[in-house]
Design a binder for this molecule. Structure first.
Ligand SMILES: NC(=O)C1=CN([C@@H]2O[C@H](COP(=O)(O)OP(=O)(O)OC[C@H]3O[C@@H](n4cnc5c(N)ncnc54)[C@H](O)[C@@H]3O)[C@@H](O)[C@H]2O)C=CC1
Ligand SMILES: O=C(O)CCC(=O)C(=O)O
Length: 530
């Protein structure tokens, strides 16, 4: 008999299938502390949570029989994925069940902010009949900028069309074909910020999306913008938003999520006349809670019964013989994917991986998953993409994956080449494991290099002229950026060349822009590999 513990309030109807299963007993114990969970988890095979329970390494250590943690929802920020993976505990989520509900909450927020509904309600119930202070705006005819065109963003776009809005969307994986199908304009963050009347964010919180709307964006923002965030706190810089609202740039904002939840009592959003808030209610409908509970219950049953399952967000076990051969390359593969995904412009349409040398002789599928993870996690967030779901996520985004093997490695015992193709560009990176030195990037596009794939890198393309290395070094030095290592690759003396600098701390966007102004320097790009 399998034992399942439900430690958050999860829909009874949703978990009925588990309760009815003859080989399962279900205990519902919401609101337990970590200590209380540690004390009882040893009896259970599965743990079902929403977002309140923090599933820590301590709990998992005590869960000697624990095979699966099921999250009834999308975000798994409350589960220590690394610890689960290390202990062979499968973590699954329910990514589809609350899409429509969160999309509808976004509309509720957008309309409430357009018509000042919470503010007007407060005055009316307070006994005032104030019809002058709450002049609203229509949605019809307005430009709605959607940042993040995944599950929720796409549904928002579809519904906004019914309101007569013009939709401008931005997502690194948005292709022209998909934009056309959705009837939206493919745009950029900058265009949206400068032109939209309403803006809504539907991305995960990643190092790239953190504060993607901050002071520089508010400075150029169309006056009178109304902003909605029902995704994750921190995508929009909260303090910069308050400033922009006070300066009259932002006419209104509606937030369901906060950088720290719950927000402190003196949080500047609370009681701000232009900002309305809800306490992370995006997924809180009867239907969504039922959907996510049904989805997660079904997959937990499959896992307990040793059947194929969906929506795993961490790593499944790999056979020991395969693992031994591939493990040294997992980190390199992921870094190569991340490196080249930070170089490519435009939506990625194809990831092509070539294995050469001894690597071509083993089943490299697990390694391909790491490479694809590296490519996707730059945009989707490392927390959302793992080796279990990376290929599936790529397929869902219509990214073609091509794998080839060549038994003869050119200069190395083994090498991995990753080529990304978008509509407008093709970028290539090759890596290898050098005995005694570890992972190395040995080719970038057509240039031979020798770069350790880690930390903050700056990739510069330039013309091979005397003095250019010095001028780059001086500019970085003058701006307090220390160069730890430097590599130059060129085809011919005096021809096109690249420089890869490993720097001790990240360079600001302004400094990268200054680099490009140097004579004979064509492009500069910062790349983070952690
Ligand atoms: N308020 C709530 O209760 C809920 C919040 N959420 C949150 O909503 C967000 C969206 O969820 P889904 O649509 O299900 O996720 P999804 O994974 O389907 O879509 C996210 C999209 O963001 C895109 N993206 C990543 N980086 C970007 C960038 N720099 N600029 C523009 N787009 C970028 C990705 O390519 C992807 O298409 C997530 O943060 C999720 O945790 C989800 C459900 C409920
Ligand atoms: O379970 C909840 O209410 C939170 C939903 C959420 O934010 C998510 O699924 O990512």
């Amino acid at each position: 008999m399998f034992k399942v513990l439900v430690s958050d309030p999860i829909s009874d109807l949703g978990i009925q299938k588990l309760v009815d299963a003859e080989d399962v007993t279900v205990d519902k114990k919401p609101g337990l502390s970590e200590d209380e969970l540690v004390a009882i988890i040893g009896d259970y095979d599965a743990l079902l949570v929403r977002s309140q329970t923090r599933v820590t390494a301590r709990i998992m250590d005590a869960g000697k029989s624990l095979k699966v943690v099921g999250r009834a929802g999308v975000g798994v920020d409350n589960i220590d994925l690394e610890a689960a993976t290390q202990r062979g505990i499968i973590v699954i989520n329910a990514p589809d069940g609350n899409t429509i509900t969160t999309c509808e909450h976004t509309f509720a927020m957008m309309m409430a902010v357009a018509r000042h509904i919470p503010q007007a309600y407060l005055k009316t119930v307070g006994g005032e009949w104030d019809r002058k202070s709450f002049l609203g705006v229509e949605l019809r005819g307005k430009i709605l900028g959607v940042l993040g065109m995944g599950r929720i963003g796409s549904e928002v776009a579809k519904r906004a069309k019914a309101f007569g809005m013009e939709i401008w969307g931005y997502d690194p994986f948005l292709t022209e074909e998909r934009a056309e199908k959705l009837g939206i304009r493919m745009s950029s963050v900058d265009d949206i910020v400068r032109n939209a009347d309403f803006m809504t964010v539907h991305t995960p919180l990643t190092p790239e999306t953190r504060h993607m709307i901050s002071r520089p964006q508010f400075e150029v923002m169309k006056k009178g913008m109304r902003i909605v965030n029902c995704a994750r706190g921190g995508i929009i810089d909260e303090l910069a938003l308050v400033e922009a609202a006070d300066q009259g740039i932002v006419a209104g904002a509606a937030f369901d999520v906060f950088e720290v939840e719950p927000p402190a009592a003196d949080h500047p959003f609370l009681n701000h006349p232009k900002i309305i808030v809800t306490p992370h209610l995006g997924a809180s409908t009867v239907e969504a809670q039922e959907n996510v509970a049904i989805d997660v219950s079904e997959q937990v049953l499959n896992i307990l019964r040793d059947k194929p399952f969906l929506n795993a967000v961490n790593m499944p076990p790999i056979p020991a013989n395969v693992l031994n051969k591939l493990q040294p390359y997992f980190g390199l593969g992921e870094k190569l994917g991340s490196f080249v995904s930070q170089l490519i412009e435009g939506a990625v349409e194809e990831i092509s991986v070539s294995y050469a040398g001894e690597l071509a002789e083993v089943d490299t599928q697990p390694l391909t998953r790491y490479i694809v993870r590296g490519v996707l996690s730059h945009h989707l967030g490392a927390e959302q993409v793992n080796v279990v779901n990376s290929l599936h996520l790529a397929k869902g985004r219509h990214v073609n994956i091509v794998v080839s093997n060549s038994h003869a490695a050119r200069d190395f015992t083994n090498s991995i080449t990753v080529v990304l193709r978008s509509k407008t560009a093709t970028r290539l990176v090759t890596g290898t494991m050098l005995t005694g030195y570890g992972p190395r990037i040995v080719q970038i596009d057509r240039f031979t290099v020798d770069v350790a794939p880690q930390g903050n890198l700056i990739l510069v393309s330039h013309n091979d002229k005397p003095g250019i290395i010095g001028s780059v070094g001086t500019l970085l030095g003058d701006n307090g950026v220390n160069i730890a290592a430097m590599q130059v690759g060129r085809e011919l003396e005096g021809g096109a060349a690249i420089m890869v600098l490993t720097v001790d701390k990240g360079a600001s966007k302004e400094l990268i822009a200054k680099l490009v102004e140097l004579p004979d320097l064509n492009k500069a790009k910062e790349i983070n590999l952690y």
